[in-house]
Design a protein around this ligand. Structure first.
Ligand code: ADP
Ligand code: ASP
Ligand code: MG
Length: 411
């Protein structure tokens, strides 16, 4: 008999019919004798709808109140699923994050889980009940409702699995596993049987939203066996593993990630003195804005151009800060650009292969795609390009690194 935590995402509980289907599935697992804790997201579109309501009141809603509101999405689904289970003769009980007591810090809209009280859950499991827990939400030490950031139900699932020392955490979604890249953008993308935590962390942090990055961090830290599966199709899914198998067939690149969430800022004609990077980025960080990629170029006339990227939501505030800095240090001009995208290739195989970056640049050059910025780490290479070339770039790289699925007969 195993203890399994199963998380079902928004589309998997997007209608009453689907919730009934999920209940059928959970019932089958129960009949096998497994103990089940189910974590659910809000019905698809609901979180966006709620945020939309808040934005009609204020462009920047008060974070505490936003969390009070968006947490209701998950509260509806847990109750519906518990009802659907009980209707089928499966004893079940639903809990909000507060009721379980998923204790978080007080960073509204992006809270971190600090501790989970597993007593109630264990007692219910012992009494033969399926426990249905609201994803994405917790409570801080003062009793305020908090949420864990978009995609946060994944993290609830993994954190519960860690707290309960579950045999497996299964993330059920609308694709049958983790693919070499988003299968909606590249139809030839292939499902991976396995991917390492390290690679999955990079993929998630570079834009693959199939798993929230914190869920992967948690799973790696607490060694939670984690699998991504399709909610309604049978199949092995993708296992996120620790071991890096040394096999001859290991691909150099495991996956391609991308995101459209960044904006680029350039300050030009900056007098080139020691400390200039600090003068530019100090005020940005003081304004609590995170910087991702950075490039500095030296011109011949002892001035420098300095470019960096921030989250697109922070673009306007970063521009304001930078314009101030430009006046103070006597820079020539400040330019902002939101029409950019970041494309990254990820793979532990890069460690043992030279020339991976140049192969990437060659593939982009062949398509006439200009690279604006580059950054590398041990297992990834990222480039910033013009947003309109994003899909073309991802497809070209997918082919160049031999990730395309073989054509089926008749294609
Ligand atoms: P859920 O609502 O179940 O949490 P999400 O929409 O958050 O589902 O995540 C699943 C989606 O992630 C897929 O529909 C797919 O479009 C996208 N995705 C992005 N990158 C990948 C990838 N490498 N492999 C699989 N899916 C990916
Ligand atoms: N409902 C939340 C969201 O849409 C959390 C989740 O689905 O994981 O981001
Ligand atoms: Mg998700």
């Amino acid at each position: 008999m195993a203890l399994i935590v199963q998380k079902f995402g928004g589309t998997s509980v997007g209608s009453i019919e689907r919730i009934e289907q999920v209940a059928e599935k959970v019932k089958k697992f129960r009949e096998n004798g497994d103990d089940i804790v189910v974590v659910v997201s809000a019905m698809s579109g609901e979180t966006n709808r709620l945020i939309g309501l808040a934005k009609q009141i204020s462009e920047q809603p008060v974070p505490r109140e936003l969390d009070v509101m968006v947490s209701t999405g998950e509260q509806v689904t847990i109750a519906l699923l518990a009802m659907a289970l009980i209707k089928r003769g499966v004893p079940a009980v639903s809990y909000t994050g507060n009721q379980v007591r998923i204790l978080t810090d007080s960073s509204f809209t992006k809270a971190r889980i600090l501790q989970i009280d597993d007593q109630k859950l264990r007692a219910d499991l012992k009494a033969g009940r399926v426990v249905v827990v609201a994803g994405f939400q917790g409570v801080d030490e003062h009793g305020n409702i908090t949420t864990l950031g978009r995609g946060g139900s994944d993290t609830t699932g993994v954190a519960l699995a860690a707290a309960l020392k579950a045999d497996e955490c299964q993330i059920y979604t609308d694709v049958d596993g983790v693919y070499t890249t988003d299968p909606r953008v590249v139809p030839k993308a292939q499902r991976l049987d396995k991917i390492t935590f390290e690679e999955m962390l990079e993929m998630a942090s570079l834009g693959s939203k199939v798993l929230q990055i914190r869920s992967v961090e948690f799973a790696g830290k607490y060694n939670v066996p984690l699998r991504v599966l399709h909610s309604f199709q049978e199949g092995p899914g993708t296992l996120i593993t620790i071991d890096e198998e040394e096999s001859m067939e290991q691909p150099i690149i495991s996956g391609i990630a991308f995101n459209r969430d960044e904006a680029k800022l350039t300050i030009r004609g900056v007098p080139d003195n020691p400390g200039v990077a600090f003068k530019i980025l100090g005020p940005i960080s003081a304004a609590n804005i995170e910087v991702d990629m950075i490039v500095q170029n030296i011109a011949h006339d002892n001035t420098t151009d300095f470019t960096f990227t921030v989250h697109r939501n922070d673009h306007l505030s970063a521009m304001r800060v930078l314009e101030n800095t430009a006046r103070e240090i006597g820079a020539r001009e400040v330019i902002g650009d939101t029409d950019i995208a970041k494309v990254s290739i990820v793979g532990v195989g890069m460690r043992s292969h030279a020339g991976v970056a140049s192969r990437m640049f060659e593939a982009l050059a062949r398509e006439g795609i200009n690279i604006q910025m580059i950054s590398t780490s041990e297992i990834k290479v990222s480039v910033v390009i013009e947003e309109k070339y994003l899909e073309l770039a991802v497809r070209a790289l997918h082919t160049a690194f031999e990730l395309d699925a073989p054509a089926r007969q008749g294609e």
